[in-house]
Design a protein around this ligand. Structure first.
Ligand code: T4K
Length: 396
């Protein structure tokens, strides 16, 4: 069998789309001329207005990152006690609860969407539960209707972690319109970014004032502090990048969609590799491409595939492994017990995020798929799959 050579340069799991350099310089000139760098300058005001339109939401507030946005969302809703959330997410989701002295209660996920399973939420509710914090994981929308019904029945608040879901729509509704609040992350690894950054979208206009105080040390005017707030403001550079990114994001989504279709076509022919397809009535953003590896059919485990791909200079990621419930700081919680999270524990052992971003081309994706196929074939014939000559793989 012909051996396949590694990529000459590292292929990362993602790369940020970048606005035109000259457009960035023009923005820097504007900011320099204004001598206004942060604390709600003209870039911030314009970005907030444009983003509200783009996301088609009634209210919006900008933040320096998604984590602090989510943390302050919990405070704005005066959450306490216990909040039900998913273990299959980035560490920031339960951490914001912890930082608010709220106990995260981990609930199992749906095996198809990897999102919080509404059928399981009810059994996790106690007299101390104040809210549900679901994540539209990898941009796939949660069962918002099912979650709303449970929340209404028990008088619970709902905050969506929409960190991955920029540009997504479900049943014709833009994703930032569900629940009491939604949080977007604009970190560099996201399909739409402001270097670092975040936003909250919400229905209740009265939350806006609370959030504005909370993210600016609690100041109301020059002398008055109304809450012990924090500094979570978005600066002018972040806002300027956000404005420039509007021109790029549509094209980036289209490119990723095209590459996703190639992945799906090629990988559907390899036994033991599964992936999620389109959900009905959903406009997806193709934020990333996630597969699950069934060792019995594929020949080697997800971890072995992850390591083997590195030998070809392909740096996949195991988002999200381990589960948040498996981190030392949460593993002793009763809800972290394996019996409570059978689906999440199975998915986390199998999941792998393959490289997906706009500057990859069709040929790159075909080559990545050729390598996955080659690893699979060699695993069946028991050949040591990365025992090739002339390997030039770099490690990172
Ligand atoms: N909720 C959820 C569900 C989230 O996923 C996140 C963040 C949050 C909340 C919190 O939002 P923020 O406070 O971050 O706004 C990354 C990101 O740092 C994190 O924002 C993101 N989720 C998480 C899923 O991924 P790492 O530790 O995996 O990132 P890192 O530095 O290993 O980067 C991954 C790859 O991206 C690199 O291999 C190469 C590429 N990359 C990265 C950066 C930073 C670039 O090409 N350029 C870059 O500038 O956490």
């Amino acid at each position: 069998m012909t051996q396949i050579k590694p990529f000459e340069k590292p292929i990362h799991v993602t790369r940020p789309p970048l606005p035109d350099r000259k457009a960035v310089y023009r923005k820097i000139d504007e900011i320099w001329d204004s001598q206004w760098l942060t604390n709600v300058g003209s870039q911030h005001r314009e970005f907030e207005k444009e983003l509200k339109k783009y996301l088609d939401v009634p209210n919006i507030s900008l933040f320096c990152n998604g984590t602090l946005a989510l943390q302050l969302a919990c405070q704005a809703l005066r959450l306490s006690g216990e909040v039900i959330t998913t273990p299959f997410t980035f560490a920031a989701t339960p951490h914001v609860l912890y930082w608010n002295r709220i106990t995260p209660v981990f609930c199992d996920i749906d095996p198809n969407t990897f999102n919080l399973d509404p059928e399981r939420i009810e059994s996790m509710i106690t007299p101390n539960t104040t809210a549900i914090l679901p994540v539209h994981v990898f941009g796939y929308p949660c069962d918002t209707q099912g979650i709303r019904q449970i929340a209404d029945r028990y008088g619970l608040r709902v905050i969506y972690d929409a960190a991955h879901a920029f540009g997504v729509e479900a049943n014709g509704v833009k994703i930032g319109n569900f629940g009491d609040l939604s949080m977007f992350s604009f970190h560099a690894t996201k399909i739409y970014h402001t270097l670092e950054g975040g936003a909250l979208t919400f229905k209740d206009q009265s939350l806006r004032e609370r959030l504005e105080f909370a993210k600016n040390f609690g100041f109301k005017g020059e002398e008055n502090i109304v809450v012990p707030g924090i500094n979570a403001k978005m600066n002018e550079f972040q806002a300027a990048i956000g404005l420039l990114m509007f021109d790029l994001v549509g094209e980036e989504i289209e490119k990723r969609k095209h590459l996703t279709m190639i992945y799906r076509d090629r990988l559907s022919q390899i036994p033991g590799i599964n992936f999620r397809i389109e959900m009905p009535n959903v406009k997806h953003n193709y934020y990333n491409f996630i597969i699950t590896v069934d060792k019995d059919k594929f020949g080697i485990s997800r971890n072995e595939l992850y390591r083997a791909m590195k030998e070809y200079n392909i740096f996949t990621r195991r988002y999200f492994y381990p589960l948040c419930s498996q981190f030392q700081c949460y593993s002793n919680y009763p809800s972290s017990a394996s019996e409570n999270l059978p689906v999440a524990e199975k998915i986390t052992r199998r999941v792998l995020s393959l490289p997906l971003y706009g500057i990859l081309d069709e040929e790159d994706i075909h080559r990545i798929c050729d390598i996955v196929k080659y690893i699979h074939t060699n695993s069946l014939s028991n050949i040591h799959y990365f025992n090739f000559q002339n390997a030039s793989a770099q490690s990172v």
